[in-house]
Design a protein around this ligand. Structure first.
Ligand SMILES: CC(C)(COP(=O)(O)OP(=O)(O)OC[C@H]1O[C@@H](n2cnc3c(N)ncnc32)[C@H](O)[C@@H]1OP(=O)(O)O)[C@@H](O)C(=O)NCCC(=O)NCCS
Length: 175
């Protein structure tokens, strides 16, 4: 896949990408620095990042980073900050969802579904064979979410982020 095709696969500013179950507009936008700071604080306060002890400043840095092949987005619901999405592409014969968070006030309204549907549609449009992500073994809610949407466990990665905790490498085959 050429660089040009990759750029089109994950545009810098996708804008509106769908509608939640309760009729709110879901959007993806570039992350402003002030938003990266706010999102760092909000994500550090929820699992799995809270349980791992990952700091707000470290999360902010990952939202604000540049030049590593990451596509970084602020997620909005009716134009209010509702979470974040980071995709690495190219990764392993398909993109890697490095980070996805829907903040608690916006969960279970179909927003995560809209986001994953968008990632999948973009990857399919780019004729990618796979989607990838890691989910922490203790993150039962997220595991249920992915399992119900066709993701399969591809590998167990023991002690990846911290001792005695496994990450599960999840794959969704597109072809
Ligand atoms: C996992 C996450 C991305 C899902 O996003 P979402 O917008 O809440 O998901 P949706 O509303 O589209 O789908 C919700 C589905 O996920 C599963 N799910 C989510 N939260 C759940 C919970 N507390 N208990 C059981 N199932 C849950 C269910 O299958 C649920 O479907 P239902 O609402 O029809 O029962 C979001 O909850 C989140 O960001 N959680 C915190 C951070 C995190 O764990 N990120 C993933 C790291 S790999």
């Amino acid at each position: 896949v050429s660089q040009a095709t990759t750029d089109v696969m994950f545009p810098l500013s996708p804008g509106d990408i769908g509608v939640s179950r309760d009729g709110c507009v879901v959007g993806l936008h570039p992350i402003a620095l002030s938003t990266a700071v706010a999102l760092g604080r909000q994500c550090a306060a929820i699992d799995p990042w809270q349980r791992y002890g990952i700091s707000a400043s470290r999360l902010t840095s990952s939202f604000a980073a540049q030049g590593d092949g990451g596509f970084r987005y602020e997620l909005t619901v009716d134009h209010v900050t509702a979470g974040a999405l980071i995709i690495l592409q190219p990764w392993l014969i398909g993109p890697y969802v490095q980070f996805i968070a829907v903040l608690p006030a916006f969960q279970r309204r179909g927003v995560g579904q809209v986001v994953l549907d968008w990632v999948e549609a973009r990857a399919r449009g780019g004729r990618q064979r796979n989607l990838w992500l890691c989910v922490t073994a203790f993150n039962d809610d997220a595991r249920a979410f992915y399992a119900a949407r066709g993701w399969k466990q591809a590998a167990v990665l023991p002690d990846l982020v911290a001792d005695h905790v496994a990450e599960l490498l999840m794959r969704k085959r597109l072809i």
